[in-house]
Design a protein around this ligand. Sequence first.
Ligand code: CA
Length: 746
Amino acid sequence: MIRQHHFKLAIPLSLFLLGACSSGVDGQLVRSIAEFDAAARELAPGDTIVMANGTWSDVELELRANGSADAPVQLKAQEPGKVIISGQSNLAISGEHIVVSGLVFKNGYTPTSEVISFRTAKNELAYNSRVTNTVIDSFTNPERFSGDTWVAIYGKNNRFDHNSLINKGNRGVTLAVKMNTKDSQENGHIIERNYFGPRQTLGSNGGETLRIGTSHYSREYSNTIVRENYFDRTSGELEIISSKSCGNEIRDNVFFESQGTLTMRHGHYTLVENNYFIGNRKPNTGGIRVINENQTVRNNYLYGLTGHRFRGALVIMNGVPDGPINRYDPVIDSVLDNNVVIDSDHIQLCAGSDAERSAPPTGTTMHNNTFMTRTNPNPFTIYDDISGISFQGNVLNEEANVPVDQGFEKLPYSVAENQHGLLVPEASLLAKAGIDELKLPVEKDDTGADFYPKRDLSVAFRSGETTTVAPGTNTLLAALELSKPGDTLVLENGGEYLLTKYAYARHPVSIVAEGGDKPIVRSEKSTFFFIENGGALELDNLWINGDESPDQAGNNVVSTSRYSMNQNYRLAVKNSKVSDLDVNHSFDFLKVFKSTFADSVEILNTEMINVTGTVLAMDEETEDLGIYNGENVRIENSSFTDILGPVANIYRGGTDESTFGPIVNISGNEFNNVGLGKRNKSGASLKFHGVQRLDISDSKWNDSAALELFLTNGEPITNIRDVVMTGTAPIRANNDGYEVDNVVFD
Ligand code: CA
């Protein structure tokens, strides 16, 4: 009663009238957090709070209410999509029968650990409630490794549908079903028709898009249904979905060009049915990873998946016998039947077999699956005893091999595009698996908030305007400041460009010259170019010269932001010359800071001479937490002469298995007098620690320090071929787990 009294005092009658008079408002219109709080204090079944259109900054919305099945309490936008919640903001609901709709969270991040929470306190949970037609877009903590969860579902019988969750850049699960108390177990939540928009590579564990439960409660039932969602390039880490509880149903979802897998990490009795994985041959695209007991994986369609090891198209893991709850349970009595796998590279059986994971699958079937693949003639890898898997009625094309004696029929490769644009095997094979027709179970346009665009977030180099930049002092700086995302700045052939201040790439931008005399770029500052958060830089046909750099140690040409970057960057250096980075010691080409991450770093057709530091210094994440500084590194057709430090120093420490990279390609290069400087602590010409995929080919070392490898974490793949090392110490490695072919020492 006291509350009601305050309520009446706080809201003058005129405001009620204002609200009531606004056209089209069906409920109580609120225009500020104070009005919201007042309205939220007294809510009866059927009441609606309408948030006024506009930007709501720094608001923590708490809604405790009890509606009824027939008359829910609603929180909605005056117009869907026109209520923008920004700054340090979040939303928490608890009670019964609440429906939230039409909100957009962007331009900010949550001050707590959740953006939308289905609880208002530890013991105040939401039941029979719904969040729909709502958006969280790039609502990302600027501290990359400051973790939060965008949506946390507690309680029981909640529904999360038709929402768009786009571009989470910091650590933490995008959407989590929490099971930490009895009141959140056997919850029967439904997660459907959501658009999970692009999620960049995190470069660490903690980039899952959807997690159901945690290892602590993994032997409890969640009974969550995940259906008809669209996962669009959700590539945060190995696990796109991490099912960590029993009794879940994951069906009719589409995984489009997503790196990672649907993983039944913990818990039993989960059904994975009729999901479509469209890899389109993109790197690290995976399918379904099976762990635990009584799992059912059937009628799934998997196309163009390239991922290997834990991100294969179909992966059956080995388990730990009588292991602790947070380790891998053995696969027992599980079913992988009637799946269709087209042009996918890796089927992994008994994956992860090692001294600890020594229990192979038992009581498990692989029946009536169709495998048609011309992309890898040996798609099956068997790591341990497969006698506990029954193979029957499977089909494999003639060109491919399977190291299993029976249960596979060899047929000609026969795949054609059907009327829905999918590459499918013959109808007779589908009929055998009980499939009438292959067709995406849900279209992208039928998922997510209906008012919100599903735009492409990444801006390609040279996709914008082209501007000519005259030679001179700071002309390039001015052009950079005026540039827009995707723009190209063209320098004059033979022109001289001086920077007397730091230059910043704050968005993707290209600095180029036409073929011909390279323009020369010098800087009087300790860094030529900073790539700031959101930035990316391409340098093409330039001559970068260190003659005007300050006489101090530790200069560099390109540096990441000094601060945490929650957006990955790219650096491409092509057809360029880099000389005389030697005014003082430790002059690097690329310097990275902690909590930054490159999607790609490329040095192509480039010549570097006289460098006193490291060319690519990507070794700042030294805590051995499985965090590293960049995913893809390519050095091709380039020469490096008189470099005192290593050409590349790439570090990825720790034993975590959630990530893919670093992935490094070194091809067609010459290394002359590289790595022999006294200050080169690595003592190497190139040093790779924990690189997960390393290919070195067609390269020459002359009078240089050794190539150094530290092979660790999982099963890194390292291939070195067609290499000549003259006057150079032998390859140093911590073990012999690398392949060598035609490596010659003179
Ligand atoms: Ca994970």
